[in-house]
Ligand binder design. Sequence first.
Ligand SMILES: NC(=O)c1ccc[n+]([C@@H]2O[C@H](COP(=O)([O-])OP(=O)(O)OC[C@H]3O[C@@H](n4cnc5c(N)ncnc54)[C@H](O)[C@@H]3O)[C@@H](O)[C@H]2O)c1
Ligand SMILES: [Zn+2]
Length: 353
Amino acid sequence: MRTLTVDLPGRAYDIQIQRGLLDLAGERCRTVLPKAARIFLVTDSNVEPLYLERTAASLRSAGFRVSTCTVPAGESAKCPEELAILWENMMSAGLTRTDAVAALGGGVVGDLAGFAAATILRGVDFIQIPTTLLAQVDSSVGGKVAVDLRAGKNLAGAFWQPKLVLMDPDVLDTLPDSTFADGMAEVIKYGCIFDRAFFDFLAARPSRKELMADIEHILYTCCDWKRSVVVEDERDTGRRMLLNFGHTLGHAYELAGHYETWTHGQAVAAGMVLAAKLGTKLGLTPPELAGQIERAVTALGLPGTIECSHEEYVAAIGLDKKGAGDDISLIVLEEMGKAVPHRMSKAALLEAL
Ligand SMILES: NC(=O)c1ccc[n+]([C@@H]2O[C@H](COP(=O)([O-])OP(=O)(O)OC[C@H]3O[C@@H](n4cnc5c(N)ncnc54)[C@H](O)[C@@H]3O)[C@@H](O)[C@H]2O)c1
Ligand SMILES: [Zn+2]
């Protein structure tokens, strides 16, 4: 087993990475929830038939009473209506302040169940059991929980750190290739912004099979970077911004495709390539980096470029909540493994594009 500690003052928690960990969920939860009688386990309709019973059985064997709730699979479940259903079901199940909520699923389940945990009874303990690559390397660590509103994604939310994050790499075996690739866009991002050796390690493993052979190391490395950023910058004001590499520009692709044509991972993959090209145009990024990133993402079936009209960029950049006022902070690479924020006016960015 590999363990990382997210050392937030007063709310430190462990991330455990181990094959077969799902069957040990009960005993591991018991160590951080000595007094809880009940765990309210949230999952989605794809994950339920694969992993719910195993996880629930493990929790029961550690003496927890288990209530379960399955939400429809997909982003549309991350909404106030599903949140309200969870709240009501939690109360019907008899959840008390000393009990806990656990999320078994991808980022959607983690964000939704986490926000329910943060708000029900003014907050109960929360366990993350992420089952997608994206959730394991990104959304389950850091404590951001949210639902989407009609006005936009993640607009109602909270910071609510889990008590424990349990990652079983074996559950990734059932992911569709495209969902695995989506997660890999974020994995490659960590290499680009923080860790040149890790980028090279990934580039030398251009298939899912090769990556899965080293998946524990990959999960550990990504979580270690995310952990260090979160501990330094829990509330997302400074260094955590670097994680937006490829995201500001990628957002334009997501928006242009109405969040249907391109997945988040695909948009981020093409966004990273474009951010590298733009960095080169601004004289900040060595010219060979765009090609290196493009080769790494396309090897996994992610797009290296996406066509998007100028108007769509204008709309996306104008709307992007990460930019304040007329200036925008774009994350660019000074070298492979070293990202910096670059402040520029929106007009200058549009010109460069
Ligand atoms: N909180 C954060 O810091 C943070 C960071 C990044 C992304 N997010 C959020 O995460 C969400 C995206 O997460 P996601 O990509 O995991 O999407 P997701 O939760 O929708 O999962 C993707 C698909 O995979 C299925 N699935 C999950 N685990 C599976 C498994 N082991 N085998 C087979 N199928 C499985 C799901 O049912 C779903 O259909 C977005 O809502 C995004 O806003 C949050
Ligand atoms: Zn992302």
